[in-house]
Design a protein around this ligand. Structure first.
Ligand code: HEM
Length: 495
């Protein structure tokens, strides 16, 4: 019996047979999230792969994810070493890749208190609403021109974030027009997501790291230089007081970070310039792409489902009317709209494989051995499409979240493992509260204020809904649209 138990506990989860040296890297293909989902269908919801010399386990069902992120969360509270953290995120001097411990806790607390607590979110609500109103004016004034929605969404979200973090807009003058600097930043943030999502061979076969076979390291270093120069300008402006924005003041996140002092025993949260830049980088990169991709996917789905769009517009018209824009305070009354947001998070989760975690110690999950040092990938995307949990999982069907539907009480906040777009456990998305508010407000406003037509007379059923894999799951083709205003004209000109 003892023998049997020992053998059982030493067994790795099932998975495809690894090739020599490269292991299962060739199994990942162009869309690793889809390949891993297919492997989970074949081998079961807990699979093991060997990527180069690294053990990787994939949690592809709600119950397996709960085993890792609830029952064994303490053992998976850090992230594995990777070239993105080294070359882009200031050699692990950031928060996203900081190992679980006192410094990580300190950074998270700073963000929670100053950015993401209910108080902070309420204090800065007017900023989000002002930026969304600016976006609405820009879209309302588009006339016959074609709008690339993700660009304007990025501008809006980046400015809402930067007004809170830096006391000013980073892009544009607030008139809602396009800005080449914003385009450049958007491209850089998108590149971070693509490069960070790459399975870089050097991360898995250390002996090959120096060869940089895919050219990823070179691209990362180059990108880092550009991002660093962007962040240096921001930091210098603040230090020399040349921040001449109309909305500057000193009551913002960066001024607080700069003014932190050591406590008496020198252990206080004093941050170096590098640590400050790394944290700003984390927040901008993690906060912009995730949010605007989600909103872009939602509008694409609503264009393909005009009845659902109409129903959502009717709900908002009833609660808010057509003479003012919807606000964050209205959202609690918009149950159908909330269901649309949940359905978008389900079908198009911003980070399909979440962010990786690492096993600090050996542990046993579902009777399988998970070796110390294994990378855990939580397959948020596959869980949200699991046919054992969801009826017609590929259908965009917000009613599933309404009373009488299959999941009337599901929440996206890490409590219900069937739907974990923000991850779960100790390391759950730090900016979830802001992300949810921003995405809800943006989708509600775009639904309320416009009817949507696709550019070039494209029929909704022909809209390309393919994904482009990255750490954040973008649309393969950006959504090109004509927004048609549907509210009283003064709504698009006032404010
Ligand atoms: C649609 C919106 C968003 C989605 C779907 C999303 C998703 C995620 C996910 C899945 C993780 C990994 C969680 C885990 O390991 O279990 C994460 C981490 C993180 N997110 Fe988000 N996120 C969003 C918005 C934001 C925003 C707005 C911010 C900040 C401005 C942000 C900042 C972060 C940070 C700092 C981490 C790392 C947390 C840590 O390691 O302790 N995210 N996010």
């Amino acid at each position: 019996l003892l023998n049997l138990c020992t053998r059982h506990a030493n067994r790795l989860p099932p998975g495809p047979t690894p090739w020599p040296i490269v292991g299962n890297l060739p199994h990942l293909g162009q869309s690793p999230h889809r390949s891993l989902a297919a492997l989970a269908t074949k081998y079961g919801p807990l699979i093991h792969l060997r990527l180069g010399f690294i053990d990787v386990v994939v949690a592809a069902s709600a119950s397996v994810a709960a085993q890792f992120l609830k029952a064994h969360d303490a053992n998976f509270a850090s992230r594995p070493p990777n070239s993105g953290a080294k070359h882009i995120a200031y050699n692990y001097n950031d928060m996203v890749f900081e190992p679980y411990g006192p410094r990580w806790r300190m950074l998270r607390k700073l963000c929670l208190v100053h950015l993401f607590s209910n108080k902070a979110l309420n204090d800065f609500r007017h900023i989000r609403q002002e930026e969304v109103a600016i976006l609405t004016r820009a879209l309302g004034g588009a006339g016959q021109s074609i709008v690339q929605l993700d660009k304007l969404l990025n501008l809006c979200i980046s400015n809402a974030l930067s007004r809170v973090m830096l006391g000013k807009r980073v892009f544009g003058d607030g008139s809602g027009g396009e800005d080449p600097k914003a385009d450049e930043f958007k491209d850089m943030a998108a590149e971070v997501q693509v490069l960070a999502g790459e399975f870089n061979i050097g991360d898995f076969i250390p002996a090959l790291d120096w060869l940089d076979l895919q050219g990823v390291t070179k691209k990362m270093k180059n990108l880092h230089t550009r991002l660093d120069s962007f962040l240096n300008t921001i930091l210098e402006e603040h230090k020399t007081g040349s921040n001449n924005s109309r909305v500057s003041g000193h009551n913002h996140f960066l001024s607080m970070l700069i003014s932190l002092k050591d406590d008496a025993d020198g252990n206080g949260p004093k941050l170096s310039d590098i640590e400050i830049k790394a944290l700003l980088l984390n927040l901008f990169v993690a906060g912009t792409d995730t949010s605007f991709n989600t909103v872009e996917w939602a509008i694409a789905e609503l264009i393909r489902h005009p009845k659902i769009l109409k129903q959502a517009q009717q709900e908002i018209d009833t609660v808010v009317g057509q003479d003012r824009l919807v606000t964050e305070l209205d959202i609690s009354q918009l149950t159908f709209l909330q269901a649309i947001v949940k359905e978008t998070f389900r079908l198009h989760p911003a980070t399909p494989l979440s962010l990786p975690r690492i096993a600090s110690e050996n542990c046993e999950i579902n009777g399988y051995n998970i070796p110390k040092g294994s990378t855990l990938l939580t397959h948020v995307w596959a869980i949200a499409r699991d046919p054992k949990i969801w009826t017609d999982p590929l259908k965009f069907q917000p009613t599933r979240f309404l009373p009488g539907g299959e999941k009337p009480n599901a929440d996206v906040k890490g409590n219900d493992f069937d739907l974990i777009p923000f991850g779960a456990g100790r390391r759950i998305c730090a900016g979830m509260s802001l992300g949810v508010r921003m995405v809800q407000l943006l989708i509600a406003t775009l639904v309320q204020a416009f009817d949507w037509e696709l550019a070039n007379c494209l029929e909704p059923e022909n809209l390309n809904m393919e994904e482009a894999y990255g750490l954040a799951l973008r649309r393969a083709e950006p959504l090109m649209v004509h927004p048609r205003p549907r509210l009283s004209p003064h709504v698009y000109t006032s404010g």
